[in-house]
Design a protein around this ligand. Structure first.
Ligand SMILES: NC(=O)c1ccc[n+]([C@@H]2O[C@H](COP(=O)([O-])OP(=O)(O)OC[C@H]3O[C@@H](n4cnc5c(N)ncnc54)[C@H](O)[C@@H]3O)[C@@H](O)[C@H]2O)c1
Length: 445
């Protein structure tokens, strides 16, 4: 089958299977039987991108990695070496020839323009809206890592592209893997069915020791922009700060439990222990209260502070009991405790949710099922952006104000960024970056 015929077939089978599924409750046999190959492209060959590629290539049926791209050649080489080793017994799965290894800030276009059915987007999240929009424009299925943006204009861009993806029946997965983890999949529906009554308060946390150290010295790079891209975590326009980059997981679970969006938020934060200038501009702690229309408050804290307590978990209190959730899947930490009666403790199996999220996405492509996580991923991203807007500005901000008027933190020209482009923040003569100051920093456009 030629590449074009194969892709048309993939599209057609999806449409036909969808119609069959809706009309007759049947699923298409063609892809379930693995009679065709899903060709995958990878944009962002770092830790998670390489992991996502491994999981994509471990799904059922024929699947091949055929194109990869990264800002830096080192990442492309390291990722392909690791993937080839992981698939030593199935070498046909890693089928990237030299013409399909792309390096540079425009690598995303070259990967997406290659003959791929699905693209994995796993760069720093500042680039995600641009990459997702382009993938949808080119009719590709997408697995994209969370967060899906770092600011309100980016969230709006993703929401608009999500509508276009839906109209084309493209399948979109977002790397909020708790949504595919058994302890959550078992417990959250019980809460929706009233196991703790009406939720009146939530607590969500990502308090940990932090992440990797900055990766390059100034004399190892071509430009200020390259310096920041290497150590992207420490720059708001690239990572969204750790409240977006990590704590989104817990905020997402809170919104999933509550089944509502907050109407406003307020909070405080700063950088206390990770304050050295080499750590860029982001905070090391944020504490936010999210208010819902019915008076429910979701209290959220996230910190990157070594030698302090650690807690990465989600909790809710309802009119009839409490629920505790934790991605460690331990029975101790995943339970429903009614105010009267027996507790329910999750003791089920715990398959790797990173694998499950790919298994379900690829099965949806093969079976022509609807698979659409872009919108909910964008809304959870917005919750994390709203939290950061509150902690940076020190203001109480409504959801609508934040979504409609939140300031852009990325450069305007993300699609055409080059190594000599001006980054949105630059250091002073001593190498120190301006850090947001509550009460002074403006976050609305
Ligand atoms: N779901 C999860 O549990 C989970 C875990 C880790 C990371 N992530 C997410 O995955 C994404 C990547 O994180 P990571 O830990 O893999 O980071 P990483 O630094 O290991 O990898 C990022 C890669 O993107 C490359 N890159 C940077 N800008 C690029 C551009 N414009 N075009 C192409 N490549 C570019 C970098 O060179 C690097 O190789 C982030 O959004 C992060 O939040 C999710």
């Amino acid at each position: 089958m030629s590449d074009k015929t194969r892709r048309d077939f993939l599209k057609q089978t999806s449409t036909t299977a969808l119609a069959a599924g809706i009309l007759g409750g049947l699923q298409s046999g063609a892809f379930a039987a693995g009679s065709d190959t899903i060709r995958v492209g990878l944009v962002g060959c770092g830790g998670r991108g390489s992991g996502a590629a491994r999981q994509a290539l471990s799904t059922e049926g024929n699947v091949q990695l055929v194109a990869v791209g990264d800002a830096f050649v080192e990442s492309v080489d390291a990722s392909l070496t690791a993937l080839k080793k992981a698939f030593e017994t199935k070498p046909e799965r890693v089928a990237v020839d030299d013409d399909h290894k792309f390096v540079g800030l425009d690598a995303y276009r070259k990967v997406i323009d290659s003959d791929v059915d699905l693209v994995i987007l796993a760069t720093p999240p500042g680039f995600r809206p641009t990459h997702f929009e382009y993938a949808v424009e080119k009719g590709r299925h997408v697995f994209m890592e969370k967060p899906v943006a770092v600011d309100a204009p980016g969230v709006r861009q993703v929401l608009a592209a999500a509508q276009k993806a839906k109209a084309q029946q493209l399948k979109v997965g977002v790397g909020l893997q708790r949504r595919h983890q058994n302890c959550y999949l078992d417990i959250v529906p019980r809460i929706h069915d009233g196991a703790i009554g009406d939720i009146t308060a939530l607590r969500v946390y990502w308090n940990s020791g932090g992440v990797w150290e900055p990766r390059r010295a100034r004399d190892q790079v071509r430009s200020e922009l390259e310096y920041q891209v290497w150590s992207w975590y420490y720059y708001n326009w690239l990572s969204g700060d750790h409240i977006c980059e990590q704590h989104i997981h817990n905020l997402d679970v809170g919104l999933w439990l509550k089944q509502q969006l907050p109407v406003k938020a307020r909070g405080m934060g700063g950088r206390e222990v990770r304050a050295d200038k080499r750590y860029g501009e982001i905070f090391d702690h944020h504490a936010v209260e999210y208010f819902f229309a019915d008076g429910t408050v979701m209290s959220s804290t996230c910190s990157h502070m070594a030698n302090c307590y650690s807690d990465v978990s989600e909790h809710a209190i309802g009119t009839k009991g409490t629920v505790d959730l934790n991605s460690n899947s331990s029975p101790k930490d995943n339970r429903i405790t009614p105010f009267s009666g027996e507790a329910f403790v999750y003791r089920g199996e715990n398959p790797d949710p990173y694998q499950v999220e790919h298994d379900t996405l690829f099965a949806a492509i093969r079976n022509g099922e609807t698979y659409d996580e872009a919108e909910s991923g964008a809304l959870s991203t917005m919750a994390s952006v709203l939290g950061r807007m509150c902690t940076y500005s020190g203001k109480e901000i409504s959801w609508d104000e934040a979504l409609n008027h939140g300031a852009r933190v990325t450069p305007d020209n993300m699609a055409d960024l080059a190594w000599d482009s001006a980054p949105p923040t630059v250091p002073d003569v001593d190498g120190a970056y301006p850090v947001p100051v509550p009460g002074l920093t403006r976050v609305l456009a």
